[in-house]
Design a protein around this ligand. Structure first.
Ligand SMILES: C[S@@+](CC[C@H](N)C(=O)[O-])C[C@H]1O[C@@H](n2cnc3c(N)ncnc32)[C@H](O)[C@@H]1O
Length: 197
């Protein structure tokens, strides 16, 4: 972590929670798919706090085009589709999990890319979730591939900032070029958000 803080720290317990949007989506999946299938799909998915941070930010900016890097079994992909049914959603992963089809049958089609952020289609984004490879080099590659493609007021969310990939977020913050916020709960660092003001 950097010695000097270039980002603001936001306590999710007072600013973000309760996770009412996340809970609404979770309950729809539970009703339609059942608890066991939902638990399976959630596997390594973003947690309720990160989901709610993303939704708090994106419901405000009303994103027209969304990118997620790291789809896994489709939980976060479906969350974007559920809240933004008319937005274009691009979802990138090196793996193809069949459970993704269950989510699309329920919520609608999404553009799936089998590959990495090196394989992005043309165009710009209002919201990007970086949740693929959590190494420093992996997240840096993702950032380098998206940083020139974000619209004004758009956001880039880094999940798992407590891992090696978090250093990419701190390095961006130290540039003092973007508004950077670290979302924490007790000592748990949930995610970093970079906003293009
Ligand atoms: C933590 S999971 C993503 C969870 C998903 N965002 C959710 O909340 O439901 C990470 C995913 O990233 C994928 N992944 C790993 N390295 C990647 C890379 N370089 N590019 C794209 N995806 C990658 C893995 O295959 C895995 O499915």
């Amino acid at each position: 972590m950097t010695d000097e803080l270039y980002f603001s720290t936001i306590d999710v317990t007072t600013n973000i929670l309760p996770a009412k949007h996340y809970n609404a989506y979770y309950n729809v999946l539970k009703d339609k798919l059942g608890q066991n299938v939902l638990d399976h799909i959630r596997g390594r998915a973003i947690c309720s706090v990160v989901s709610e941070v993303i939704l708090t930010k994106t419901l405000y900016i009303k994103p027209k085009r969304i990118l997620e890097i790291g789809r896994f079994r489709g939980f976060s992909m479906g969350m974007f589709k559920y809240f933004f049914p008319d937005s274009e959603i691009v979802s990138v992963d090196i793996e193809m999990h069949p459970e993704v089809n269950l989510i699309m049958e329920l919520l609608g089609k999404i553009e799936l890319i089998h590959g990495t952020s090196d394989d992005l289609p043309e165009g710009r984004y209002d919201c990007v979730l970086i949740d693929g490879e959590h190494s420093y080099d992996g997240a840096l590659k993702d950032w380098n591939n998206v940083k020139g493609k974000i619209n004004k007021n758009g956001i880039v969310i880094f999940d798992n900032v407590a891992m090696a990939c978090g250093q990419v977020f701190y390095d961006i913050a130290s540039e003092n070029k973007y508004k950077c916020e670290l979302y924490i709960e007790d000592d748990d660092m949930h995610c970093g958000c970079v906003t293009y003001e």
